[in-house]
Write a protein that binds this ligand. Structure first.
Ligand SMILES: CC(C)(COP(=O)(O)OP(=O)(O)OC[C@H]1O[C@@H](n2cnc3c(N)ncnc32)[C@H](O)[C@@H]1OP(=O)(O)O)[C@@H](O)C(=O)NCCC(=O)NCCS
Length: 172
């Protein structure tokens, strides 16, 4: 890993409300097929700031991640508001991760997962889960996630895309 990428991997920092326009710009570039309203990002940041992280470069925002405690086997539909977090969460849900192309492949995503695992543990949760899209399932497998087979979720996953899959990682 180059020193540039080692630097990026350690540069995940908390997202602030001032980052939201730049987060929306990264989302539009990385996830044009999975559009979400600005209100979705603003709500997640308000509900669970500890799960919202960014990597900022000198000129522009390079990456963001949004995550929060949630209910197992109940991934929110794409572009939907949560209203509130559960009083008794059963999974640490990774809602969205997006890196600009120029910072992929250098360990920034893996460093993020390590941070999210630590956050899940500190929230008292023994599982992380997510809906894998965009051909990212190989990355998540490499990070210890496995497919969760839940036929009842077919319609919900279809709100993302035909290949979307629910994946989870148990923490030992
Ligand atoms: C998917 C993503 C978060 C991965 O982050 P990254 O910083 O590029 O990944 P890393 O460099 O940390 O890769 C870690 C490992 O996963 C592997 N990997 C990365 N992306 C992969 C992919 N799409 N398929 C299979 N393996 C992948 C790497 O080769 C590396 O393997 P190694 O540990 O043997 O070296 C990032 O590429 C991204 O934001 N992509 C576009 C948006 C996206 O798909 N988001 C996820 C939606 S659920």
């Amino acid at each position: 890993m180059s020193s540039l990428f080692e630097g990026l991997a350690s540069q995940w920092r908390p997202m602030t409300a001032a980052d939201l326009p730049a987060v929306a710009a990264v989302a539009a570039r990385v996830h044009p097929d999975y559009p979400e309203d600005d209100a979705v990002f603003a709500e997640r940041l308000r509900l669970y700031p500890a799960g919202c992280l960014v990597v900022a470069g000198a000129q522009e925002l390079l990456a963001y991640a949004v995550s929060h405690p949630w209910h197992r086997l109940r991934p929110p539909a794409l572009n939907s508001l949560l209203g509130a977090l559960p009083a008794a969460p059963s999974t640490y849900y990774i809602h969205d991760v997006a890196l600009l192309a120029q910072v992929r492949g250098g360990g920034t995503g893996a460093a993020l997962v390590a941070r999210l695992v630590a956050q899940a543990r500190s929230a008292g949760l023994a599982e992380l889960s997510l809906v894998a899209v965009n051909g990212s399932d190989g990355f998540w497998r490499r990070q210890g996630f496995a497919d969760v087979d839940e036929p009842a979720l077919a319609d919900k996953l279809a709100s993302y895309d035909a290949a979307a899959r629910l994946m989870a990682r148990r923490l030992g």
